[in-house]
Design a protein around this ligand. Structure first.
Ligand code: BJW
Length: 265
């Protein structure tokens, strides 16, 4: 039997009536803030400085613990460059709409959890609270030796890799507090995500290519538990065939519309 295609109005109604909402976001949500995604179409419509990162850079030589061990200077330079880009960026209407969505759900006594794969802290800047950072933060760095965390200022590091100042000899260098390929996600984030997804009745997957696990598995878990699932993305992803409603468009346009339908302006 053909699957029904619920309309965006139906999504608005679902949101108004939802008791427990989970939103999973990815790099696409920050694209309209000028931050590059990792994957997705190169986009003939996009300027060269907005090309997907993994089209220009090799993740194996930058986003793995082995890469940092082999060439800490190169990895530190690249992440410091991206860190400063994130610090300079401002939230866009997609981020703002998610903060408004949280207020709308919570004011009606519901629960709301924002799971993000983004390391840029733009959800915090937009006013979202309790954000679960599945892949850590690029704004925070930590000593590779002892794990002590630092939040460096906006100016570029003077040295690469930057010394942490801790007493760990050669290991006393800073690395970004992000999750690289092959590394485990932070335990508290996993626990918070598991609990929220387990009980949610409405799940949104927004601006993510839905290919990186375990984050991509949360949609599947929510669907299996009977939640109504929605995708918002400019392109088709592996999630598109799984969700109850797949909306093609940019998060900066679609999310404010959904929030407006559910809660008014
Ligand atoms: C728009 C838009 C607009 C654009 N509006 N939309 C099961 C199966 C297969 C593989 C695995 C598996 N389990 C684990 C793995 C291995 C691996 C993995 O998933 N690999 C796959 C790629 C094959 N996973 C891991 O290694 C993870 N760790 C792990 O599993 O550990 C196990 C372990 C347990 C115990 C001990 C030890 C280990 C870790 C994954 C870490 C991912 N890290 C990165 C880098 C973070 C640091 C950094 O910033 O550099 O995280 S990779 C990169 O991908 C980044 C992102 O968070 C992540 C996801 O990307 P995202 O957010 O989806 O972005 P894009 O670019 O992919 O997509 C953007 C989307 O937006 C596109 O669809 C566009 O169309 C759309 N879009 N503009 C709406 N305006």
């Amino acid at each position: 039997m053909a699957k029904l295609r619920p309309s965006i109005e139906h999504v608005g109604e679902r949101l108004r009536g939802a008791k427990s909402v989970v939103v999973l976001t990815g790099a696409g949500v920050s694209a309209e803030s000028g931050l590059r995604t990792f994957r997705g179409a190169t986009g003939a419509d996009l300027p060269p400085d907005m090309r997907a990162l993994w089209k220009e850079f090799d993740p194996q030589t930058l986003a793995t613990p082995e890469a940092f061990e082999a060439d800490p200077e190169k990895v530190s330079r690249w992440y410091d460059w991206r860190r400063r880009g994130c610090l300079a960026a401002e939230p866009n209407p997609g981020h703002t709409a998610l903060a408004a969505m949280q207020r709308g759900v919570e004011e009606r006594g519901g629960s709301f959890t924002l799971l993000t794969q983004n390391v840029d802290r733009l959800h915090h800047k937009a006013g979202s609270t309790g954000v679960v950072e599945l892949h850590g933060s690029i704004i925070v760095w930590r000593c590779a030796g002892c794990g002590r965390r630092f939040e460096p200022g906006a100016e570029p590091f003077e040295r690469h890799p930057a010394p942490s100042g801790c007493r760990h000899g050669a290991a006393a260098i800073l690395r970004p507090d992000v999750v690289w390929f092959g590394e485990a996600l932070p335990e508290p984030a996993i626990r918070a995500a598991d609990a929220a997804v387990e009980e949610c009745d409405l799940f949104f997957s927004v601006g993510t290519s839905a290919v990186v696990f375990p984050a991509a598995g949360y949609l599947l878990l929510a669907a299996r538990n009977g939640a109504f699932t929605v995708e918002v993305n400019r392109e088709d992803t592996p999630a598109s065939g799984v969700v109850d409603c797949s909306i093609r468009g940019s998060s900066g346009e679609v999310l404010p519309w959904i929030v407006e339908l559910a809660f008014g302006a």
